[in-house]
Design a protein around this ligand. Structure first.
Ligand SMILES: [Zn+2]
Length: 378
């Protein structure tokens, strides 16, 4: 049993000013006890739940030529690199990460391999059409109902936590148009039915309006990006589909994590961020994640660096941003009953930062301590 004293505590939803003492036992949070003995005083810090990065790619070496790298790097080299990336994330306070696209089910292997790492949730290779977005990860499946059902069955047998389908093309794949659909409504529906009957959630990568709409009506649990890119360098949100996203409680993953030193946000991404504030005001469950690995300015620890920019796009309070990367992100990954909050019974995955991030999100980059299942990491 150990107890941690902090100057302020953010519980996943609310900031509690003034000293609090959190009691941990066996990797779990037991409760609060300001009279506890055997206390570790963390000093003038805000203690909060460890961050949940709901969209990462541990296999990608940021800044590499992804196609050439995935084609030539042996699996043991990739696996070791993934471990290093996971440790980088952990030291930045990311105690849970959902890998939404690996090669050879290596994120499943890393998840099951032990060691002091973030909790990993893995999708395996994303389902994509032959030659489609991220085909080089090995998840090519023809646009055919029975082939798609077989692909889900393979993922179930490999022990994935979530099924990822590329409903549209994407930016990092040569020859792929982000706004174009890859699968039909019926085909996405087949994936969703097969996954749900095996007890697995589905999240769909979707940029174009048709792809988002088909995924939403097919019953996916999450939509990644939902940028409504129109193929002309702009974005055209479909508010009927957004209303459906809201009424169905579908999580929207906005991959805004990026280093501050990266290039300016490109115009098509700015266009896609321009309607986030209205989406949030309308009640959408928007999770801020990173897509770490896909490009040089998205290293695996980048999530906390993008939070201020995300706050500006979404026009929400800093506290709401913190909820988006803790409590809400945990719920979107299906682990909301044990991650993303500081509450009795929750996992002792904790982050202490200097200062008060509800006043200034820059404090999220001043990591003072990280605990993973009650073990101090740094
Ligand atoms: Zn991604």
């Amino acid at each position: 049993m150990i107890s941690l004293r902090c100057a302020r505590l953010f519980d996943g939803d609310t900031m509690h000013d003034g000293p609090r003492t959190v009691v941990l036992d066996g990797g779990r949070i037991v409760g609060f006890d300001d009279a506890a003995v055997d206390v570790v005083d963390l000093g003038d810090v805000t203690l909060m739940p460890g961050l949940v990065d709901a969209h990462t790619h541990l296999v990608f070496e940021p800044g590499s030529d992804i196609l050439a790298d995935m084609a030539s790097t042996p699996r043991d080299v990739v696996l070791e690199r993934m471990r290093r990336h996971a440790v980088e994330a952990l030291h930045a306070g990311i105690t849970t990460l959902r890998d939404l696209g690996d090669r050879d089910y290596l994120a499943v292997e890393l998840r099951d391999g032990g060691g002091l790492l973030p909790e990993i949730l893995a999708a395996g290779p994303p389902i994509t059409i032959p030659g489609g977005h991220c085909w080089f990860l090995g998840g090519e499946v023809p646009a055919d109902r029975s082939a798609l059902i077989d692909a889900v069955a393979e993922r179930v047998s490999r022990g994935v936590d979530v099924v990822k389908i590329m409903a549209t093309g994407g930016g990092i794949t040569p020859g792929s148009a982000a706004h174009s659909s890859q699968y039909s409504f019926e085909q996405i529906s087949a994936v969703v039915e097969a996954a749900h009957s095996a007890g697995l959630p589905v999240t769909a990568h979707a940029h174009g309006a048709l792809g988002v709409r088909d995924a939403v009506h097919a019953g996916v649990d999450g939509v990644e990006h939902a940028t409504f890119l129109d193929g002309t360098g702009g974005a055209a949100p479909d508010w009927d589909t957004i209303a459906e996203i809201i009424s169905r409680g579908i999580y929207v993953g906005v991959t805004a994590g990026r280093l501050l030193t990266g290039p300016p946000t490109p115009p098509h991404v700015l266009a896609a961020r321009a309607f986030l504030a209205r989406m949030h005001r309308s009640g959408a469950r928007i999770v801020c994640s990173s897509d770490a690995g896909i490009i040089a300015y998205k290293p695996h620890h980048c999530l906390p660096h993008g939070l201020s920019e995300f706050q500006g796009f979404a026009d929400i309070s800093a506290a709401a941003v913190l909820t988006s990367v803790t409590r809400l992100a945990a719920e979107s990954c299906g682990v909301g009953s044990r991650k993303g909050r500081i509450a009795p019974g929750y996992d002792a995955d904790l982050l202490a930062v200097s200062g008060d991030p509800t006043q200034d999100l820059a404090a999220m980059r001043s990591v003072s301590a990280v605990y993973r299942a009650g073990t101090r990491v740094c």
